[in-house]
Design a protein around this ligand. Structure first.
Ligand SMILES: *Cc1c(COP(=O)(O)O)cnc(C)c1O
Length: 401
């Protein structure tokens, strides 16, 4: 079978139209917005939509308190405040995590303590958390990233035993099932994001959910200043509510694409060059926001992760560099590192993520990813050569939202 030329070598892109935009047009979501416009609640401080959204979040998580916020980043900061984190405290988090989580810890005057991730799933290595704890430790942040899960059963036991607050960051994993429980219900408090790239979006927005009345009260004391200091609007809530109601059905469609793509990639010739993050295991139903892959430069004859991502973009597919590891982008005086953080350093260099909108398309779009990977694999030597002749591309950014 002849393989098409790679797009950057002059061939036709696999998806000429490029990655699908997000959010897509959706009648149910439009209906929510239209209703908020019709009843005038879109322009009010208080109306039915925020209350309905809070109720939906409480119900989905079976938790007593839901607080809506203007972003996921603020939700994380408020959740840490709710746990009583203050200046001089230490907060443990993975060295490979969302950049804002690190900065939220700093915003409170606390010190981020970075722990390595696991080589098999790139999630916080719970076995290394114990040795990170000092008498200054106040809280632990656990983020479920790229379709992988932190071992929450073990971590919750450890946090409880040591009297530490546990924040479960479910911004990338709304309504995932983690070891038999809904993501966000393992810890003392959890966060969600409704940012523009997220699975449930209002362009901006977020939420904190918790069963702990004292945590919710501390957050309210900070946010209520005669009026909400970090609000989500009625208009945003009207757009979010129908998405929340459709979320599980959308998860199923994305999962189907992931499963067929996982099979295709495993059977393809590039299987040792591009390894999807594994399924998190029994009792888990992951959700896919940005599905993670480990890129193996050696298998590609020296092609780098960033060059590969660039070539995939030319094919019309958003398989982009993952997050930057926190110790690679912050001055070392800002944090304390536990051990060498070797796996996080590799994640910084080698992780790729597939942006979710393509997963919602009919399953042949998922196949396009495998087709493009196969194409690049067959022409990797030519690609290495091509990039060597493009010095301007030598320092390509490795960051994504
Ligand atoms: C997106 C995200 C956030 C923050 O959300 P914003 O709404 O973009 O501020 C926090 N944590 C993780 C893991 C995220 O992916």
């Amino acid at each position: 079978m002849s393989v098409e030329r790679a797009a950057i070598l002059g061939g036709t892109p696999v998806v000429p139209a490029g990655p699908p935009t997000w959010p897509p047009p959706n009648p149910a979501w439009t209906e929510g917005l239209t209703a908020a416009l019709a009843d005038g609640s879109w322009g009010r401080y208080h109306g039915p939509w925020c209350e309905r959204l809070r109720a939906a979040l409480r119900q989905s998580h079976e938790l007593e308190h839901a607080i809506l916020t203007c972003s996921g980043t603020v939700a994380v900061e408020l959740a840490l405040r709710g746990l009583g984190v203050t200046a001089g405290d230490e907060v443990i988090l993975a060295a490979y995590d969302f950049k804002g989580n690190f900065q939220d810890v700093l915003a409170l005057g606390a010190t981020p303590v970075l722990v390595d991730v696991r080589p098999d799933n790139w999630a916080l290595d719970v076995e290394q958390v114990d040795q990170a704890i000092t008498d200054k430790t106040r809280a632990i942040v656990a983020s479920h990233l790229h379709g992988a899960h932190v071992d929450m059963a073990r971590l919750a036991e450890l946090a409880c035993g040591r009297g530490l607050g546990l924040l479960e960051d479910a911004c990338q994993a709304p309504l995932a099932t983690v070891q038999g429980k809904v993501a966000g219900t393992w810890g003392d408090v959890a966060t969600l994001s409704f940012g523009g790239s997220k699975l449930v979006t209002a362009g901006r927005g977020g939420a904190v959910v918790t069963r702990r009345a004292d945590v919710a009260q501390r957050i309210r004391l900070h946010t209520q200043r005669g009026n909400e200091a970090y609000p989500l609007s009625e208009l945003q809530a009207a757009a979010l509510l129908p998405q929340w109601e459709q979320l599980s059905a959308c998860h199923v469609r994305r999962l189907e694409t992931v499963q067929s793509l996982r099979r295709e990639l495993a059977e393809g010739p590039s299987a040792r060059g591009l390894l999807p993050f594994p399924h998190p295991g029994p009792g888990c139903e992951p959700v896919y926001y940005k599905w993670g892959f480990q890129f193996e430069p050696a298998a590609w004859g020296g092609l780098t992760r960033d060059q590969f991502a660039f070539a995939m973009r030319a094919e019309g597919l958003a398989l982009d560099p993952g997050l930057r590891a926190l110790h690679k982008i912050h001055a070392s005086r800002r944090f304390r590192a536990v051990g060498g953080l070797d796996v996080a350093t590799r994640a910084d260099r080698d992780v790729l993520t597939l942006h979710h909108p393509v997963l919602l398309r009919p399953s042949d779009e998922g196949r396009c990813v495998a087709t493009a990977v196969r194409k690049l694999w067959a022409q990797s030597a030519e690609l290495v050569d091509w990039f060597q002749r493009q010095p301007a591309l030598a320092d390509m950014p490795g960051d994504s939202v």
